[in-house]
Design a protein around this ligand. Structure first.
Ligand code: SF4
Ligand code: SF4
Length: 630
């Protein structure tokens, strides 16, 4: 008999509670305490109707004061804030992609970074019309890196990756004037438009928000994903484990946190170095254990099966175990709180990027050119820190689940071939999935993404929605911290098929997949755009006609808004569990939840009641099915 069962939210919370007790002993601060200090939040900020973009202000909109000093109303202020929020997210992902392109420029046969997936590189080169015949693969990599970097600032034309979308979608983009031109240009234009005395018309601000989002999803993020695959390998199914129980009491625990795989990949390599392992053993540890937090965790889990310790709101818990020798970070979603927190323990908080420098950290600059040396220095520092562990503070919650991850588009298509052979379909396409959806074996698909947010009981929305969807024969593809919530609960264990409706259960058995598929990190949502485009092309339908929706139930970051904008712009209805801070403007609310549908055939739905959000998702999928007559 199977002993499989999901880990419950209550078990997650009990583990956190126990760790907070350790924190209290050493005088540690916690996000839980800081949330209390910040509540209730300022209602002007929540509604998006405070403005401080010039020094005549700050201004805020009230009944008595319906306009700022310059005369801008609530709609203009909320619109500008929304666009700036998007630009922040787009810049962040796109800069990540740029770093990857720069790393690609350093590849060499005997260097720190190599070309691990030459076929993918050649495929992309052909897609971009670059001659590949007889060319050395490293010369090609350098040429492609330069072309990709030009995408950030080219003076004319539109993004190269847009050609991956179906023709109908591209026509919509053109007509709506939201095709992103150069990646950086859209962010720059957004900042220009939102300067005092430029745009204050919601329609124009929303349009640019979609365009800036597109420059991320169909630009910077896509560069990040595609060229990471070229250098570190295209993910394929791999077994791993998730939750805090992946940390080991008798080994050196190194946590990688942040986003850029150029760092985490190198740390993983040096953690396997016999010299480092011997050093760890000489200091009384049984070995070196690397685990991850947030998106960098997703990257190394997808490609190497490195265990996932936790998602966004678990980052402090990792230190609170008292068994973390080093938490090594690069950029994005890193709590500055980790500095003071690590000082309450023996943990080394190691920052590595000039982009993300924080107090109370050891800064070891990581460069692609000197990656090997840097990674070795960092791993050594972590190993040597093992002897400083305070045994009386060590407590690792024994929560852990098995997970199968690594579902890139390439891997999904390969798995689908297993279903195809039984149905006589052609191989190497998404047609088996389309057939399952058309016949009703699967009702549809949901792309669930995004963060944790203390406004929502952590992970509960992700997990409850996933359970509801798979029970209703809706397959779920995941990325980011949503994926980690699933893995920690056990939903990526293939045995979770027993929680599905009959149709999805059968598909899981035939295709040998878990009911929720880990597609990677947040930049890897670009994989979902490619998958949606492929499904549309293979089915002859428009993306907006597919019974496919996006959902970010616990989102918090600017990046999530940028993502939401490019998902909607791609024609995929997107459901949010947290308000995007535009409620102070009826016009902005209209444009996001209805108006944009005229341009891109999709829009946002905001619903903070998670059960109702699930019902709305299912209803939208059924509506799309009914429209197709299936
Ligand atoms: S731009 Fe207008 S609304 Fe904003 S702070 Fe300046 S005066 Fe106030
Ligand atoms: S899902 Fe959100 S919190 Fe998690 S890594 Fe991505 S942006 Fe950060």
């Amino acid at each position: 008999m199977s002993t499989f069962r999901l880990t419950t939210i209550e078990e997650f919370e009990a583990a956190t509670q126990r760790l907070l007790e350790t924190g209290a002993k050493v005088g540690a601060d916690s996000w839980q305490a800081r949330v209390k200090n910040q509540t209730p939040h300022c209602k002007f900020g929540e509604g998006g109707i405070c403005c401080r973009i010039c020094t005549m202000g700050p201004c805020r909109i009230t009944k008595k004061a319906p306009r700022g000093i310059c005369g801008c109303d609530a709609h203009g202020i909320a619109g500008r804030n929304f666009l700036r929020f998007t630009a922040g997210g787009a810049a962040t992902h796109s800069d990540h992609g740029r770093e990857i392109c720069h790393t690609l420029h350093t590849v060499s046969p005997d260097g720190n970074y190599k070309v691990k997936d030459p076929e993918k590189l050649i495929r992309i080169a052909k897609e971009w019309g670059v001659e590949t015949e007889g060319k050395d693969i490293y010369d090609l990599a350098h040429e492609m890196s330069e072309l990709a970097l030009l995408e950030y600032g080219k003076p004319f034309g539109v993004q190269r990756w847009l050609t991956r979308a179906p023709e109908h979608t591209r026509e919509l983009w053109k007509k709506a004037e939201i095709e992103p031109r150069a990646i950086d240009r859209e962010v720059s234009t957004a900042m220009h438009m939102t300067h005092m005395g430029c745009s204050s018309k919601p329609e124009a601000l929303v349009r640019q928000a979609l365009r800036a989002g597109m420059s991320d999803g169909w630009g910077g993020s896509m560069c990040g994903t595609e060229f990471s695959d070229v250098m570190f390998g295209t993910p394929k199914p791999v077994d791993t484990e998730a939750n805090l129980g992946v940390m080991k009491e008798d080994e050196v625990n190194i946590i990688v946190h942040g986003h850029d795989p150029s760092l985490s990949e190198m740390i993983c390599e040096y953690a396997e170095d016999p010299e480092m392992i011997a050093l760890a053993k000489s200091l009384g540890a049984k070995g070196i254990n690397v685990a991850g937090v947030c998106c960098t965790s997703n990257e190394v889990a997808m490609r190497r099966g490195i265990p996932m310790a936790g998602n966004f709101l678990q980052q402090e818990n990792v230190v609170l175990t008292g068994a973390c020798e080093a938490i090594i970070v690069d950029v994005q979603c890193i709590f500055p709180a980790l500095g003071p927190l690590s000082k309450c323990f023996h943990t080394k908080f190691i920052t590595t990027s000039p982009i993300a420098q924080m107090p109370d950290s050891d800064f070891i600059r990581f460069n692609a050119e000197t990656a090997g040396e840097n990674a070795k220095q960092i791993v050594k520092l972590a190993v040597e820190n093992f002897v400083n562990r305070k045994q009386e503070l060590v407590h690792i919650p024994q929560l852990k689940q098995k997970a199968t991850v690594g579902y890139s588009v390439e891997a999904i298509i390969k798995q689908l071939d297993k279903v195809a052979s039984s149905q006589g379909d052609e191989l190497g396409t998404t047609k088996p999935l389309i057939n399952c959806i058309t016949s009703g074996v699967l009702r549809g698909a949901v792309a669930m993404v995004g963060c944790n947010n203390p406004r929502v009981r952590p992970d509960s929305a992700h997990i409850e929605l996933m359970k509801k969807l798979i029970k209703n024969d809706i397959i779920v593809v995941l990325s980011g911290c949503s994926a980690q919530a699933a893995a920690r609960a056990g939903l990526m264990d293939k045995r979770a098929k027993d929680l599905c409706g009959d149709g999805l259960k059968r598909v899981c058995e035939l295709a040998d997949i878990p009911p929720v598929l880990h597609m990677g990190s947040c930049v890897d949502i670009s994989r979902m755009m490619v998958l949606a485009s492929t499904l549309a092309k293979d089915s002859g339908l428009n993306i907006s006609q597919l019974p496919l929706v996006g959902c970010a139930p616990e989102w918090m970051s600017e990046k999530a808004v940028s993502i939401g904008n490019y998902v909607v712009a791609t024609g995929i209805d997107t459901f949010l569990g947290v308000d995007p801070q535009v409620s102070g403007s009826s016009e902005m609310t209209y444009w996001l939840t209805e108006g944009v549908r005229d341009w891109v055939e999709a829009a946002y739905t905001v619903e903070k009641d998670i059960d109702k959000l699930g019902d709305a998702i299912i209803a939208r999928i059924e509506e799309k099915r009914a429209a197709l007559g299936i």
